[in-house]
Design a protein around this ligand. Structure first.
Ligand code: WT7
Length: 654
């Protein structure tokens, strides 16, 4: 029988936690045994970190899988847990959000401020007729009002559906219609790349086709002129005039908290539904455990947009439930200069940084001297999420951002899982660059073959979750069948994540990319991630994407697109030489089976708005097919560039 997924990359570096962090870590090694001994008791204990208005009767009802109920009969209010209880505990003056606008304007928002703002928004939404169970669409830039809008919905039991501010009118229309949202919360615009970038016209276009929408609340951010409709209301004339008093009413633990449409690169978006008690339990616990968050002293910064699940779970709900102080940044990492992130770390003395591999690889491309120009000594922990992090990008992060000594936690999870599932514990785990290591305490993950049999150490296959977890999606909004089919039908009794993975010789888990991207070369299933990591391990490569293109001899052949590091010479013969060197480098690192047929040196790669490489488009380029819909691309000129590189098959880096 052939292997489900080849295991080619062998990583031997390993880093123990810093002694001081280990000695003071929020979570110690005992948590694993405790959770393994009684998983439900473990999660009940974590739920106890929250304030419940009514205690649950049962931790988990799994009598009708895959439809789970967690903390059955319990009642709580999410906004109360994120705000009121901290204010009541005397922490009202603690900074909740250090907000930094892209133009450099700032706001300092304490827990008492955020509580007042949320109460006002809750009152205003109630005044507009929004009641528990109604849906509210949120389409905002990275301004504090985005968090306020989400918390206000949670406070009154309305279900929010945040739509990333970069999405088109069509995407917004589909999402508003699918959820039949009653109110839309937006802004005139936000700042991006040094200029105001309008949002309101997109909302106007969408709302014209959305009869469910009764009101549109508009935050004034840029001050640019906007068209006005009968449904529109200014935030500052409604919310900011409302009472700052609001009593939070508790809701059932299974009350819908939010819908978030997945950012998939193909197919109709799925409205992932998350509920109240289990979700808040797991995001709160994981922020505490994985980031070792010390709310009294840490300054935490997650660079994600609030429009993705990372922003929901690790900007809004996880950190605020823990009473953390965090930085929120409106803009792009290279405005007005490529050191903006490091300047922010220095300015706010950020101690915990959570970002994405795509950003880390971009920083590698820009050059080591940029982070070196700032004081990053406040940092004590680094996190990564969103894609597999190549071992060399991990090492760069540790070296050039972490001063060669900070722990890096590579956190695997999904919109669907709601919270972190597989990750090192920073005070416990001896990390390996590129591996998410082990499931967190209370999580049961595995790698299985085609038949759903657990693969032995050293084997590759499909990542599954064997037991329900508190922050799991409850369904796809309005489509239970699709929920069952997509996630619970591939393997009997297991959640199928859609990711390839392997267990190394120690049983540690390595994520190998989406199974749809796996390449079949001469009968071997080869992961895109492993070949990309081999390319990135060459000192001249910052980022790479590989795809399988139809090939008459091998079935599929590996075609690679590589972005050279800052100073690499790729003109003329130097480019040809580098390409030959890279092909040999991959063959040497992974074996001759993984040697790319072709390598193209490029300046950019096509990515989704959340930063994931769009391999489907690259496959089309590699096979010289037409490009189809590229409207979701970050920059469509990228594609022109890449396809023009096909002609001579050599460098177009200049
Ligand atoms: C997919 C989920 C998780 C929040 C942001 C993305 C990939 C995510 C990792 C990681 C390898 C990762 C997977 C996953 N992914 N984190 N640490 N290592 N792959 O949420 O848009 O729902 O995407 O992102 O392929 O299935 P999402």
């Amino acid at each position: 029988m052939s292997e489900a997924l080849a295991n080619l990359l062998n990583e031997t570096r390993q880093f123990p936690p810093p002694a001081e962090l280990a000695a003071n870590a929020n979570v110690t090694v005992d948590a694993y045994a405790e959770a393994a001994g009684d998983r439900l008791a473990f999660w009940a204990e974590q739920a106890g970190r929250l304030a419940w208005a009514k205690q649950w009767d049962q931790v988990l009802d799994w009598s009708n899988p895959p439809f789970a109920k967690w903390f059955v009969g319990g009642r709580l209010n999410v906004a109360y847990n994120c705000l009121d209880r901290h204010v009541e505990a005397g922490l009202g003056d603690r900074v909740a959000i250090h907000w930094e606008g892209e133009p450099g304007d700032t706001r300092t928002i304490t827990y008492a401020d955020l509580h007042r703002m949320t109460c006002q928004a809750a009152n205003a939404l109630t005044e507009l007729g929004v009641t528990a169970g109604d849906r509210v669409a949120i389409y905002l830039p990275m301004v504090p009002e985005a968090a306020v809008a989400m918390l206000a919905c949670a406070r009154i039991g309305a279900t929010h559906s945040v739509v990333f501010g970069g999405f088109s009118a069509d995407a917004l229309t589909n999402r508003i219609q699918d959820a039949t949202a009653k109110v839309v919360i937006t802004a005139d615009g936000g700042y991006r790349r040094g200029k105001p970038s309008a949002l309101k016209p997109t909302v106007d276009e969408a709302v014209a086709n959305c009869p469910s929408v009764e009101h549109v609340l508009v935050v004034r951010r840029t001050g640019e002129e906007v068209a006005w409709t009968a449904k529109d209301l200014w935030w500052h004339q409604t919310v900011e005039q409302a009472s700052t008093e609001h009593a939070a009413e508790p809701f059932d633990a299974e009350h819908p908290l939010f819908i978030l449409y997945t950012s998939g690169t193909t197919a109709r978006p799925k409205g992932i539904l998350h509920t109240t008690g289990g979700y808040l339990t797991q995001v709160s616990y994981t922020a505490h455990a994985v980031f070792d968050l010390k709310p009294e002293t840490d300054v935490y910064w997650c660079t994600a947009d609030i429009g993705w699940v990372t922003g929901h779970s690790y900007i809004v709900y996880g950190p605020l439930a823990n009473g953390a102080t965090q930085v929120m940044y409106e803009g792009t990492p290279d405005t007005p200069h490529k050191g903006r992130f490091w300047e922010i770390v220095d300015k706010y003395q950020v101690s915990i940084l959570y970002t994405a591999p795509t950003l880390i690889r971009t920083m590698m491309k820009w050059g080591d001297d940029i982070p070196a120009g700032f004081d990053l000594s406040s940092l004590r922990l680094l996190g990564s999420v969103g894609e597999p992090i190549n071992p060399e990008a991990w090492m760069w992060y540790r070296q050039h951002v972490g001063g060669g000594e900070l722990p890096v936690v590579d956190t695997w999870w999904q919109t669907e899982t709601g919270a972190i599932m597989i990750s090192p514990l920073p005070g416990v785990t001896e990390t390996k660059p590129g591996s998410a290591m082990t499931p967190l305490p209370g999580i049961v993950a595995d790698v299985v073959d085609d038949q759903g049999q657990s693969v032995p150490n050293g084997g590759g296959g499909y990542l599954v979750l064997r037991e329900p977890w508190p922050s799991m999606l409850r369904t796809i909004w309005g489509d239970d069948n699709r929920f069952v089919e997509t996630y619970w039908s591939r393997f009997e009794g297991m959640y199928f994540a859609g990711d390839g993975a392997k267990k190394d010789d120690d049983g540690h888990i390595w994520l190998l990319g989406r199974v749809d991207d796996v390449m079949l070369v001469s009968g071997h299933n080869i992961s895109t991630t492993e070949v990309e990591s081999a390319l990135v391990s060459h000192p001249s490569v910052a980022e790479a994407a590989v795809v399988g293109a139809t090939d008459p001899t091998t079935g599929q052949a590996i075609v690679a697109f590589a972005i050279p590091r800052g100073t690499t010479d790729t003109a003329g013969e130097a480019g040809e030489k580098l390409i030959a060197e890279l092909r040999n480098h991959v063959a040497k690192t992974l074996g001759p089976i993984a040697k790319p047929r072709q390598i193209l040196l490029v300046a950019e790669l096509p990515k989704t708005r959340s930063g994931k490489i769009m391999r489907r488009l690259l496959r089309d380029v590699a096979e010289n097919r037409s490009l189809g819909d590229v409207t979701t691309l970050q920059d469509s000129s990228v594609m022109e560039l890449i396809s023009s590189g096909m002609g001579g098959g050599k460098s177009d880096e200049d």
